[in-house]
Design a protein around this ligand. Structure first.
Ligand code: 13P
Ligand code: SF4
Length: 310
């Protein structure tokens, strides 16, 4: 790439030239968030993908998110700056193993968290995200038997808040399970007025000490509207960019992980860079492709989620 190029300008030009829309998740690096047309949590991004009139959807996020956009838009080109941007949570639930598990529980309905592959979506009855999981589960009769996949932490949390006993697939997100409860409690002792904000992909002991639990959008709204001046943020650090933009006078402290890093980045989300984004828009590669039968099977449970969340 020519080092004299202003990538922000070039990306804006490419968007217009190609009638492309750029959707980004809050865990993307700050520059990508700033050049995006829409930034959101997984539900917001899926809703935006479902209603766009653009010819090309450029997805600055991870593979399952771009795949969801493709499932909803078979006739549009869906681009992901780095095809290797996967997800440890999605990887923790291989479709062949899950199909066997599901076959052992034929009387159960399957609710899957959107952080899963198209193969898992195709085996599911309803998709949910962290922002609508409770609503989706509550929409089913109390005696309905349910398998929840793939995140055991979100599933356990939803079991607790709904009083259900859903059967949980034993998957997890590497980013949200690496937070150090001990270090977070020490931080809270040093900042007693700070509120602890946690994503429901975190483990139960951390959720127990949290003042607020929610999706990225819900955490952002809480931080913006809560009168507290300081927040300890237990989710991926990309979110701090919007928090600081929304509330420049508040203090946001990234919750520390158990390793020696000061904060917690998702290695998959952070594979996308502004340079890769520019190249991907210029050459319209790499593109998400999907076999039509798989797409149709994976679309049904997503449509159900979108109907229930409208
Ligand atoms: P949400 O933005 O929907 O809360 O999802 C968090 C996440 O881990 C995405 O990978
Ligand atoms: Fe997957 Fe966790 Fe990264 Fe989200 S933060 S993309 S759930 S590994």
């Amino acid at each position: 790439i020519d080092p004299t190029l202003d990538l922000f300008e070039e990306i804006e030009k490419l968007k217009k030239e190609k009638n492309a829309v750029l959707l980004a998740h809050y865990y993307q690096e700050a520059d990508i968030q700033d050049v995006a047309d829409y930034i959101g949590d997984s539900l917001g991004l899926a809703q935006e993908a479902a209603k766009t009139n653009a010819d090309i959807i450029v997805f600055a996020g991870v593979h399952f998110m771009a795949e969801t956009a493709k499932i909803l838009n078979p006739n549009k080109k869906v681009l992901l700056p780095d095809l290797n941007a996967g997800c440890s949570l999605s990887d923790s639930c291989p479709p062949a193993d899950f199909a066997k598990f599901k076959a052992q529980h034929p009387d159960h309905l399957v609710i899957s968290y959107i952080n899963c592959s198209a193969g898992i979506k195709a085996l599911s009855d309803i998709i949910c995200t962290s922002s609508n999981a409770k609503l989706i589960v509550d929409s089913l009769p109390g005696d309905q038997k349910i398998i929840f996949a793939p995140d055991r932490n979100l599933g356990g949390y939803i079991n607790k808040v709904t009083g259900r006993n859903m059967l949980l697939w034993d998957g997890a997100c590497m980013v949200h399970e690496i937070f150090s409860l001990e270090k977070i409690i020490r931080l809270k002792e040093q900042n007693p007025d700070a509120k602890i904000l946690a994503h429901p992909e975190c483990e139960e002991p951390l959720l127990k000490v949290a003042d607020f639990i929610g999706s990225t959008t819900q955490i952002l709204n809480y931080a913006k509207t809560n009168p507290a001046n300081a927040f300890i943020v237990a989710t991926e650090t990309g979110i701090l960019h919007q928090m600081q933009k929304d509330s420049p006078d508040k203090t946001f402290i990234p919750a520390p992980p158990t390793n020696n890093c000061a904060c917690n980045d998702c290695p998959h989300m952070k594979l996308n860079t502004l340079e890769k984004l520019y190249l991907c828009m210029k050459y319209e590669l790499p593109e998400i492709k999907m076999e039509e039968n798989l797409r149709l099977a994976a679309k049904k449970p997503i449509d159900r989620m979108l109907e229930l969340s409208a």
